[in-house]
Ligand binder design. Structure first.
Ligand SMILES: [Zn+2]
Length: 268
């Protein structure tokens, strides 16, 4: 377990790369376009040093956007360390209602470093658009409303580069999936970061059908205490003829797109 260093180098003109960084049982994704970089989550704190090294090895010193999908430690545990190390343009996170605002140390460290470095915060919600390089942008599809469960607050982000798209879903459960479907947003993506590490409480048939992915990427630890990914979830994606990639089996996974075609490399 644990991450290696990048298997893929800088982007060429007109290209974008999407890295699914192996942080065991947790999520971390890095989007690199010609002149912009976006980090989505960074796993538990024990991986922060590895994630920092991974990004620095790519020659990156600025993170234009840092998206914290939701304040659980397997997503933002090391984020205060990461934000400390880089020039950060802005932090995007959901505005959670007071009754579910976490009191965890990882969350308070995150809030502290954002204040200390005076980094602008943008609240993530459906309808927000983040522009990147020419022909590249991110549209946020959720949260759509308030929830009792932090997982459902996850910021869902659709990264579009030319005619290719990637969907990042944090840990949304079926309730938030339905709310996203109800907005009528375009969910189509060639690559999906399977919600909630492949839990059967996510990936409803209707949601996966709307995405129609060619690749299903599971960010899971080996072993993990939850039995992720669940068999039912794998069956759902199998119904759509997806290729499967898993950080517990493949290590870090890197997609390269020229806006038309996709190539994938894996650590193992
Ligand atoms: Zn999670």
């Amino acid at each position: 377990m644990g991450i290696q260093q990048p298997i893929s180098d800088a982007v060429a003109k007109g290209e974008a790369k999407v890295h699914f960084i192996d942080v065991g049982q947790g999520d971390s994704e890095l989007i690199v376009t010609e002149d912009k970089t976006v980090l989505i989550d960074c796993g538990e704190r024990e991986y922060s040093g590895d994630v920092i090294k991974y990004i620095k090895t790519l020659g990156i010193s600025k993170l234009d956007y840092v998206i914290c999908t939701h304040p659980h430690s397997d997503h933002i545990g090391g984020m205060s360390d990461v934000i400390n190390e880089f020039d950060v343009g802005s932090v995007v996170m959901p505005k959670v209602q007071e009754s579910v605002t976490p009191t965890t140390s990882s969350y308070s460290r995150l809030i502290d470093v954002i204040a200390k470095k005076d980094i602008p915060v943008r609240y993530g919600k459906n309808g927000v658009k983040l522009s990147l390089s020419e022909g590249s942008y991110i549209e946020l599809l959720s949260p759509v409303k308030d929830y009792e469960d932090l997982n459902n607050y996850s910021v869902t982000a659709r990264f579009v580069h030319g005619s290719t798209a990637f969907l990042f879903t944090g840990d949304i459960e079926k309730e938030a999936e339905q709310d996203i479907l109800d907005t009528g947003a375009n969910l189509r993506a060639q690559v999906i970061k399977v919600p909630h590490h492949g839990s059967s409480t996510s990936s409803s048939y209707a949601f996966v059908k709307a995405v129609k992915p060619d690749y299903a990427v599971f960010e899971v630890g080996s072993p993990n205490d939850y039995g992720h990914p669940h068999k039912e979830t794998i069956e759902t994606y199998s119904d759509f003829g997806c290729s499967f990639l898993r950080t517990d089996m493949n290590g870090s996974i890197v997609f390269t797109t020229d806006g038309k075609t996709l190539e994938v490399e894996t650590e193992k």
